[in-house]
Design a protein around this ligand. Sequence first.
Ligand code: ADP
Ligand code: MG
Ligand code: MG
Length: 255
Amino acid sequence: MSTLEIRDLYASVETKEGRKQILRGVNLTVNSGETHAIMGPNGSGKSTLAYTLAGHPKYEVDSGEVLLDGEDILKMTPDERAKAGLFLAMQYPVEVPGVSMTNFLRTAVTEVTGKAPAIRTWAKELSSAMKDLKMDPKFASRSVNEGFSGGEKKRAEVLQLEMLKPKFAILDETDSGLDVDALRVVSEGVNHAKESNDFGILMVTHYTRILKYIKPDVVHVFAQGHFVKTGGPELADELEETGYDMYLPEGSDSE
Ligand code: ADP
Ligand code: MG
Ligand code: MG
């Protein structure tokens, strides 16, 4: 069993207009096997939280700690965090021209586990995971995300999740831009990965529809840089009804 603990985290982002503090006192504990949905209005800092946890250089921690099984990951480089078992599926996955999906995944798995996987069993695992995600086998030799549609990029993120077997997965709007069929396939991929490797999930989502497929144990509302409400799955239904208006700063429009 592993635990990811975020304690009173404050973080800023470097913008053209200067430093802007976005995370203001984030507290959260996630255990292996738990799925936490993180819901909230646009611009509230959900992606900032995801990037800060992953160690993106643009996001700077002002104070607080993030402990993975008691070890402060904020002192680690992004690849050390990945080795420690943290995985981020990005809201906007980046294209990596000239690097094939296969090479990328194999390098990533080798880096994270510290050992190159046996080629034949690994190749089998890859093609079976791709089949589950209904990805054309041709994608294995295509450059990472280059020219992929929105839905294909999200599948590629879940493929990484399947192959990397992290302790904690942060899924940043993995559901956005997917039609109903793709949403089901991607969700089944996440559930399948979780079955074989009981990791904890922080699932950032703006909409409740993915929660029909990936059942959260806990639902949190994130607004203005921190969690403002926590509840069970019924909180998601409530949000579906009310929207996020009541969580927006005074005088701003809903999105
Ligand atoms: P969410 O994911 O909840 O929609 P974000 O974390 O993307 O919110 O953004 C929170 C705030 O931080 C916004 O005001 C956004 O403009 C700002 N922000 C986040 N990342 C950056 C960045 N890389 N450059 C400039 N501003 C950023
Ligand atoms: Mg957003
Ligand atoms: Mg976001």
